[in-house]
Design a protein around this ligand. Structure first.
Ligand code: BMP
Length: 209
């Protein structure tokens, strides 16, 4: 992905008109729009043809290699990047890398409190799996800057970091800990003026990149 603003909008909106309006409004201020199950399940994969700019399909692909291949082949036509889980193992993740035409990003630690239970403990193995599968970057938590720092050090890869805003992560702290892109959802699509809020966040990011 080409970094221009360092901001990725998580368009977790299920209403078609609202999703279209927000996607259009944020487009000048973001490097990509990340779509997840709420949007894809409510509007269908075909909807992604209406999202301007770079589209990251956050399907957190997490299956056996053959099923991962089938999923990657379906998404190829609609998205520029794909997010997969590292925990199913190297062969599963490699299948995404092999069969998806764009960038593949692996989740190595999640941002919510429950990630303390398993992700934090298993993080080093997940990082190793991501490196062996030769992914293009990793998903790491803005809610835990210390983890971010460790993940950046161990991978040297692009860090895409969710958790700023609604989950409590801070822009400056997250960037100083090593994030290359901030993934921001609710703070933007719930704002009165999503375009203006995306512009404001992008401008703040530009102070620290
Ligand atoms: P929000 O800024 O509204 O919290 O949205 C964050 C987005 O990033 C959501 O789409 C969520 O599914 C995703 N995400 C996350 O919050 N934490 C992770 O560890 C991985 C994610 O993909």
């Amino acid at each position: 992905m080409n970094r221009r603003t360092g901001l990725i909008h998580a368009l977790d909106v299920t209403d078609r008109e609202k999703a279209l309006a927000v996607a259009e409004a944020v487009e000048p201020h973001v490097d990509a729009v990340k779509v997840n199950y709420p949007l894809v399940l409510s509007q269908g994969l075909e909807f992604l043809d209406h999202v301007p700019g770079t589209v990251v399909a956050d399907l957190k692909v997490a299956d056996i290699p053959n099923t991962n291949r089938l999923i990657a082949e379906q998404v190829n036509r609609y998205a520029d990047a794909l997010i997969a889980h590292a925990f199913p193992g190297r062969d599963s993740l490699e299948s995404c890398v092999e069969h998806f035409d764009g960038d593949v990003y692996a989740v190595v630690e999640m941002s919510h409190p429950g990630a303390e239970q398993i992700f934090k403990r298993e993080r080093d193995d997940l990082i190793q799996t991501a490196l062996e599968a030769d992914v293009d970057g990793v998903i790491a938590p803005a809610t835990r800057p210390q983890s971010l720092r460790a993940i950046k050090e161990k991978t040297g890869l692009d860090l895409l970091s969710p958790g700023v805003g609604a989950q409590g992560g801070k822009i400056r702290e997250t960037l100083e800990a090593g994030a290359d892109y901030l993934i921001v959802g609710r703070a933007i699509y719930r704002a009165d003026d999503p375009g203006a809020e995306a512009a404001r966040i992008a401008s703040e990011i530009s102070n620290y990149l």
